[in-house]
Design a protein around this ligand. Structure first.
Ligand code: PMP
Ligand code: GLN
Length: 382
């Protein structure tokens, strides 16, 4: 028998819950993906580029026109100048970008600090590099960084910290002040950063996303990751990017060129074209998703779930303590899917050690109003 390199890894919760939703016919608010399509012009552009024969390998670093669009967007939104040639790399999805960044930096014995609840791909990436994740819990009240716990977790072996803002699954944001605090904490240490910002444009109520790209001291040691999948409602296109200072980018590309070499060519042509022609898409996104969040939260107001509307992402956390305090969240998610026809994601799976008595599930509101209305009706009946 092969001695597993990832003995603790099973099938991801996203696959498990989406499969169960399909089997039972439940409304799927579990795995995060829209049930509506990306912009027509973007989809048409892919068809056109395929028909016109843009079907061979793109440059390993990504299509220049797309890298330039990414750099232009970063300048426009965050006021930061990054070099499209030496600092931007297009990858087949943010997951691959994170994997490559980890492999480029982490050696056996290194420690990587992650914050629980923690997105599921980080730890396996670290373990495959021979590193070890040190889990620091976010403050259970508002999912902010517990600075004492972070400071206690630092060791001479700490080589990397992975942050995620806006945060999946909690919807919390890291503020500029917190980025400053993080920069001070690691200023004299040889520590790199991955900043997972795939939900950078999904920030609500007039709040601003504090990007590491706009933080000079942190950016100097960071890989900033994003995903066209979230931004353009096309998660199945698995196209993302990573921005890092040129020396870090050079090391990242050494890995990327052997993990996948390049991203999918016609998709990159279409995205570059759409970004150039429709910059307003990004400006409209917060309002677009905030309306969905508000619609869903209003519909849930009559339910026995309790919640605070999220600050960012397209996930709403809800507390079910008043409904089935006897059930742990995994059992609650299974019961709700089978008995009440709504699939969700239990939050405990994102923890090394889930907080005792926490009763939270995550609901994805990247759905058509009709889907949200039907789901809310079922949730209100529980
Ligand atoms: N990070 C987070 C926090 C995510 O939620 C996702 C989403 N699916 C990813 C990374 C991966 O993005 P992609 O689908 O582009 O690989
Ligand atoms: N990021 C998505 C989520 O949080 C899932 C992506 C996946 O299925 N790997 O639901």
């Amino acid at each position: 028998m092969l001695d597993s390199k990832l003995p603790n890894v099973g099938t991801t919760i996203f696959t498990v819950m989406s499969q169960l939703a399909a089997q039972t016919g439940a409304i799927n608010l579990s795995q995060g993906f829209p049930d509506f399509d990306g912009p027509q012009a973007l989809r048409d552009a892919v068809g056109r580029h395929v028909a016109e024969g843009r079907n061979q390998y793109s440059p390993m670093t990504g299509l220049p026109a797309l890298r330039e669009q990414v750099a232009a967007k970063i300048a426009r939104l965050y006021g930061a100048q990054v070099d499209a040639d030496s600092e931007v790399t297009i990858t087949p999805g943010a997951t691959q970008a994170i994997f490559c960044a980890v492999q480029a930096v982490i050696r056996p014995g290194d420690e990587v600090i992650v914050f629980d609840p923690c997105y599921d791909s980080y730890e396996p990436s670290v373990e495959l590099a021979g590193g070890r994740c040190v889990h620091v819990q976010l403050d259970a009240r508002d999912f902010s960084i517990d600075w004492q716990a972070l400071s206690d977790a630092l060791s001479p072996r700490t080589r990397m910290i992975i942050i995620n803002t806006p945060h999946n699954p909690c919807g919390a944001l890291i503020s500029r002040t917190e980025l400053d605090q993080l920069a001070r904490l690691i200023a004299d240490r040889d520590i790199y950063l991955i900043s997972d910002e795939v939900y950078e444009h999904l920030v609500y109520d007039g709040r601003q996303h504090a990007s590491v790209l706009a933080h000079e001291a942190l950016y100097a040691r960071a890989f900033v990751v994003s995903s066209f999948g979230k931004t353009y409602h096309v998660t199945g296109w698995k196209t993302g990017y990573v921005v890092a200072p040129s020396a870090l980018t050079a090391e990242l590309r050494k890995v990327h060129q052997y993990v996948s070499f390049c991203g999918v060519t016609p998709l990159q042509f279409a995205l570059a074209e759409f970004m150039a022609e429709h910059p307003e898409h990004l400006d409209e996104l917060p309002g677009f998703y905030q309306a969905k969040r508000d619609f869903f939260c209003n519909q849930l107001a009559g339910s026995r779930f309790t919640f605070q509307p999220v600050a960012g992402t397209y996930f709403q956390l809800v507390d079910y303590s008043q409904i089935r305090p006897d059930l742990k969240d995994v059992d609650m998610a299974l019961w709700m899917t089978r008995e009440h026809g709504v699939a969700s994601i239990p939050v405990s799976v994102f923890y090394q050690q889930p907080p005792e008595g926490q009763r939270l599930i995550r609901l994805c509101f990247a759905k058509r109003e009709e889907t949200l209305r039907q789901a809310a009706e079922k949730l209100c009946a529980i």
